[in-house]
Write a protein that binds this ligand. Structure first.
Ligand code: DAH
Length: 340
C-alpha cells in the first residue's frame, strides 16, 4: 500500500499538462470519484489499526498534493491559453471594426449649414416644445388659421397654448425677440405635424429656417442668396425660379423651384414633366412680425426662407420614400457617407 502511495505521489508531482483537456485527464485519473485517490481511500478501510496512523497521514499528504497540483495546472493552462501571443497567428489580418456612418439627414443638414456659414450666417436653435406665440401668433397667423388646427398640430396635454412646433419659423421669433439687427442666421431643427405617414409625408421631419434682417435688405438679396444656395447644393448648372405664394409671416411670399436635377429641366417622372422641383418657401419678413418682436419696421427689412431637409435629401439622393430615413435600416443608411 505504501508503495502504491509513493508511486502515485511521484506520478502526481511529475504530471505535465499543456492544455485544458490534459488538466481534465488529471482530475479524472486522480481526483474524481472513480479515480486513484478514491480507490486508495476505499482500501484504507482494510488497513490494520496499528498502521492506520502512518498510512492515513501519507494518503492525506497525497490528496493535498494532488489537489494543489490540479489547481496549479488549471492556472498555468489558463494563463498560456490567454496569453496574447500564445496561440495567435499575428500575421493574420485583424477582424475589421465596423464603422458607423452619418445619417443622410445629418449629412444634408451639415451641408446646408456649411453653405450658409460660408456667406456669414450663424446657426441658432430653439425649443421643440413651444408656445402658440412663437409658432403662430407672433408670425401673424390669424386665430382661425387652419395650421393651428388639431389636425395639423400636436398639442401638449390638451393645453392649446403648448405644442410641438410645426415649423422652425418659431426660432425666427425667438431670435428677433432677443437680438437687434443685423441678424443673419439659420435655424436647423426637428418639426412635428399631425399628419398621416406616407411615402411623401412624415409626422416628424427636419427643417432649416433662414433669417436676414438689416437696413436695406431687398427681395434681390433673397433671390441672390437662394441662387447661391441652390448652386452649391445641387451643382453650378442649377437654375431657380420663384413663384408667388402666401405665408402669413412674409409679404411678398414665394415658393422656390430648382431646375430638375435628374433630367436637367427637360421633364421626367421625378419633376412630373415640368422640369422644375419645389424646394422651399420664402419671402420678405412681414412688418407685423418685426413689430411683434420689437424690431423697428420703419428702419429694418428682412427676408426669410424655410426648407425641408428630407425633401432636399430625397432629391439629392433620389430616395423615393421618406419613411426610409426613419427606419434605421443600416443597409440603407450605409450608402450615404460614400455618396458625399
Ligand atoms: N414655415 C414654412 C413651412 O413650414 C416654410 C417657410 C416659408 C419659412 C416661407 C419661411 C418663409 O421663413 O419665409 O412650410
Amino acid at each position: 500500500m505504501l508503495q502504491i502511495i509513493e508511486k502515485l505521489l511521484s506520478e502526481v508531482e511529475n504530471f505535465k499538462a499543456e492544455n485544458k483537456e490534459q488538466v481534465e485527464e488529471f482530475r479524472l485519473k486522480y481526483l474524481s470519484k472513480k479515480g486513484e485517490l478514491s480507490k486508495i481511500f476505499d482500501e484504507f478501510r482494510m488497513v490494520p489499526n496499528e498502521q492506520k496512523k502512518e498510512i492515513g497521514q501519507k494518503i492525506n499528504f497525497l490528496k493535498q498534493t494532488a489537489q494543489a497540483k490540479f489547481e496549479a495546472l488549471q492556472k498555468n493552462t489558463a494563463s498560456t491559453e490567454n496569453d496574447s501571443l500564445g496561440n495567435i497567428d499575428i500575421t493574420l489580418p485583424g477582424n475589421p471594426v465596423e464603422l458607423g456612418s452619418h445619417h443622410p439627414i445629418s449629412i444634408v443638414r451639415n451641408e446646408i449649414i456649411d453653405i450658409f456659414s460660408r456667406i456669414g450666417f450663424t446657426v441658432e436653435e430653439g425649443p421643440e416644445v413651444e408656445d402658440d406665440w412663437h409658432v403662430f401668433s407672433a408670425l401673424n397667423f390669424p386665430p382661425e388659421h387652419p395650421a393651428r388646427d388639431m389636425q395639423d398640430t400636436f398639442f401638449i396635454e390638451k393645453n392649446p397654448d403648448i405644442l410641438l412646433r410645426t415649423h422652425t419659423s418659431s426660432v425666427q421669433t425667438r431670435v428677433m425677440e432677443h437680438t437687434q439687427p443685423p441678424i443673419r442666421s439659420i435655424f436647423p431643427g426637428r418639426v412635428f405635424r399631425n399628419e398621416a405617414i406616407s411615402a411623401r409625408a412624415h409626422c416628424i421631419f427636419h427643417q432649416v429656417e433662414g433669417l436676414y434682417v438689416d437696413t436695406n435688405v431687398s427681395f434681390a438679396d433673397l433671390k441672390q442668396t437662394l441662387l447661391y444656395f441652390a448652386k452649391e447644393m445641387f451643382g453650378n448648372h442649377t437654375q431657380i425660379r420663384l413663384r408667388p405664394s402666401y405665408f402669413p409671416f412674409t409679404e411678398p411670399s414665394a415658393e422656390m423651384d430648382i431646375s430638375c436635377s435628374i433630367c436637367g429641366g427637360k421633364g421626367c417622372s421625378v419633376c412630373k414633366g415640368t422640369g422644375w422641383l419645389e424646394i422651399l418657401g420664402c419671402g420678405m419678413v412681414d412688418p407685423n412680425v418685426l413689430t411683434n418682436c420689437n424690431i423697428d419696421a420703419s428702419k429694418y427689412t428682412g427676408f426669410a426662407f424655410g426648407m425641408g431637409v428630407e425633401r432636399i435629401a430625397m432629391l439629392k439622393y433620389q430616395v423615393k420614400d421618406i419613411r426610409l430615413f426613419f427606419k434605421n435600416d443600416t443597409r440603407f443608411l450605409k450608402q450615404f457617407e460614400a455618396a458625399k
